[in-house]
Design a protein around this ligand. Structure first.
Ligand code: ADP
Length: 317
């Protein structure tokens, strides 16, 4: 069987929530084009209300799109809805576990819903992989929050889908469990599973995702390999400790400077326009002596803020 280039492909995707008595019409997705490469760990980032959940809910079949096309694993969600859905597992944001099932039963029920034959079920294997094998027979209500979350991941994988979608998987999760979840996700990815995740933790996205789309107010404002996205930020900061602590930032021709609490100062420059050498020359020309110097790289936080910043008068349009 030929594998698709893209695990998920959306073209011109629009979602408008109809007005209700209390809320106006809401255009949650305004023509989203997104191609998620097969085999990637793809991050979907954006501020609250950007449309991330709406996008995921459309993929999961929980929300009807208004227009546009979407295919999952090369299967169009309109013409082949069942096949499309069989290709993804979705781990929802909310923990929704039936309190009366044991983890073992919960996975068996989920596998039954996907019509996975008994001989092909991997219930214990999944529970063990997620470190809750010893809880297979416990009541779900007796599990900790972290264990429930791991059970949700296992449930999403019962039909062995080639694409796994995680909606804010580590929100409110402690550091140790987060590490464990990521280890499992990375292992799945190594085995060929395409991972799509939304997260508020930019550091996490920067560390894990090879490609990132930033969504803002229903539109994709950037979609690039993580390294390209980071290199787009061409602002660099040089942190200077002078021989003598300063009480005001020095004026340097052509550069923006700021005083640091340490008595040193920072100098901003753009990589396309200047070099560190020019910054140093300007400092020397101002008659200052440098004791120490370091540079600060931009991170995803800087990119995110610069791309999703909305001027006050734009908000709510
Ligand atoms: P995100 O997941 O990025 O926070 P959402 O997809 O939840 O964004 O929301 C996008 C926009 O659509 C928001 O303005 C939200 O209020 C609105 N919205 C989401 N779900 C509904 C719904 N069921 N009915 C009406 N509006 C909704």
């Amino acid at each position: 069987m030929e594998l698709p280039d893209y695990a998920i492909e959306a073209k011109g995707l629009v979602k408008t929530y109809a007005a209700t008595k209390t809320t106006p019409e809401m255009r949650a997705l305004r023509g989203v084009d997104l191609a998620i490469p097969r085999g990637s760990i793809f991050g979907l980032l954006g501020p609250n209300g950007a449309g991330k959940s709406t996008f995921i809910n459309i993929l999961a079949g929980l929300c009807q799109k208004t227009s546009g096309t979407v295919s999952i694993w090369g299967r169009d969600i309109d013409s082949r809805p069942r096949d499309a859905r069989a290709a993804i597992g979705v781990v929802p944001q909310e923990i929704a576990a039936d309190p009366f099932f044991t983890p073992f039963e919960a996975l068996e029920v989920a596998a039954g819903m996907y019509a996975v034959p008994k001989s092909e079920r991997r219930t214990m294997e999944l529970l063990n992989a997620l470190g809750i094998g010893d809880k297979a027979g416990a009541y779900v209500r007796q599990l900790s929050g972290g264990m429930k979350r791991r059970l949700m991941v296992a449930k999403a994988m019962v039909h062995n889908p080639p694409v796994l979608i995680l909606d804010e998987p580590t929100a409110g999760v402690d550091v140790e469990l987060r590490r464990q979840l990521w280890a499992y996700v990375l292992e799945l990815n190594r085995k060929g599973v395409t991972i799509v995740l939304t997260t508020h933790y930019l550091e996490e996205a920067q560390e894990l995702c090879d490609q990132i789309a930033i969504v803002n107010r229903g539109q994709v404002v950037a979609c690039e390999p993580t390294t390209t996205l980071l290199s787009r930020m061409d602002t660099r900061k040089v942190l200077v400790t002078p021989d003598e602590p300063m009480t005001a930032a020095p004026a340097l021709a052509g550069f923006e400077t700021a005083l640091l609490a340490s008595g040193g100062f920072s100098v901003m420059y753009r990589t396309g326009q200047s070099t560190v050498e020019q910054v140093l020359a300007a400092i020397r020309a101002a008659g200052l002596h440098i004791k120490d110097i370091s540079t600060e790289d931009p991170d995803l936080e800087d990119v995110f803020v610069s791309l999703t910043y909305a001027a006050p008068e734009e908000v709510g349009v």
